[in-house]
Design a protein around this ligand. Structure first.
Ligand code: WQD
Length: 322
């Protein structure tokens, strides 16, 4: 991890699973953090510093944000606050335009007014859609296949265009984030494979596998699972690389793929529970394999993931709701 001079950071979505990990890591590293969150999915108990309840897409959010930025002498913003459910985005795209694009627009306008010219943006591998290559690098075509991924790509464009007033930004395209750095910050929303599986196992229910007939070694889909602490460290490193106006994108993944069956086998080992699996039909929109090429962030930041699937699954299991 790069050493970072003391920074004053505003974190949007600071009560969220990832935002709260980054916030705590910054505070423990001696930096100052202020959070804003609408607490629609975030948890107040995750907040470890001053915070404001605020929905970024609200009409009064721009002026409130500008005041917060000025009052706290913020020099850098890390923007997590957004809706992130792929399925919901297909059913209710207008919610995603309002929250993910409208919220970002208010934030950028407030930053311009307050003269805050550094931003790290939470983007997603969803911008790649269904890539034709198995390992995607930042030059891979961006063809998002759902409104969630589209709003993340539009967000990257909006942030890049802010270079006209001097914004220096880095967009981190997350792959599949899981695990916990601190148990009290665990992902409580069962929206992704590992938390969903843990919830099912904890209730004695079978775990659904969405397809076992893909052209992969064991027939199940392959993803790049990254530990939330590795992801958090990538954000700290990104802050110290915010130098030039414009938006630079980096994949944040391990470069290694794990199949659904491999993840579930790890979960059986860690939990000691030989739970049932229910082989379902494929889920629409699932690419067979989506693994990051992480060489750009490694070459630029010197960042490299430290944790593998075993630690990801073990920390997720140990932090489960009792
Ligand atoms: C992983 C694999 C499923 C649940 C999404 C977003 C992406 C990012 C991460 C935010 C897939 C399979 C899942 C289950 C299963 N989020 N699965 N049974 O779809 O890779 O990525 O979350 O940035 O943008 O698209 O993650 O955890 O939903 O699925 O078999 O009960 O597990 O089919 O192959 P995904 P996921």
């Amino acid at each position: 991890m790069t050493t970072l001079e003391g920074v004053n950071v505003l974190i949007t979505g600071g009560a969220g699973y990832i935002g709260s990990h980054v916030s705590r890591l910054l505070i423990e590293s001696g930096h100052s953090v202020v959070s804003v969150d609408d607490f629609s999915t975030g948890l107040a108990e995750r907040i470890g510093s001053e915070s404001y309840e605020l929905k970024l897409e609200n009409p009064d959010a721009e002026s409130k944000l500008a005041s917060i930025l000025n009052e706290h002498g913020i020099d850098t913003v890390i923007h997590f606050a957004a809706r992130k459910q792929v399925g919901e985005s297909v059913e209710k795209p207008e919610l995603y335009y309002k929250s993910n694009i409208g919220g970002l627009l208010n934030l950028l306008s407030a930053m311009k007014t307050a003269g805050v010219k550094k931003m790290v943006f939470s983007s997603s591998a969803a911008v790649y859609g269904m890539p034709s290559v198995e390992q995607v690098d930042e030059q891979s075509p961006t063809n998002p296949i759902n409104p969630y991924g589209q709003t993340k790509l539009i967000g990257e464009w909006m942030i890049d265009n802010a270079k006209t007033w001097g914004l220096s930004a880095i967009s981190l395209r997350y792959f599949n984030v899981a695990g916990t750095g601190w148990s009290d910050l665990a992902d409580k929303q069962a929206l992704n494979l590992i938390p969903i599986a843990i919830s099912k196992i904890s209730h004695g229910e079978p775990v659904d596998v969405f397809g076992d007939d893909y052209q992969t070694e064991d027939g199940s889909c392959i993803r790049d699972y990254i530990h939330v602490m590795d992801l958090a460290k990538a954000h700290i490193d990104a802050i110290s690389h915010l130098k030039n106006p414009g938006n630079e994108v980096f994949n944040v993944g391990t470069g290694e793929g794990s199949s659904v069956f491999e993840v579930l086998a790890e979960l059986k080992k860690v939990s000691g529970i030989d739970f049932e699996m229910n082989i379902d039909s494929r889920r629409a929109g699932d690419p067979p394999k989506l693994v990051a090429s992480a060489s750009k962030i490694q070459d630029s930041f010197g960042w490299k993931s430290e944790f593998g699937l075993a630690e990801i699954v073990a920390t997720a299991w140990e932090s489960r709701e009792s």
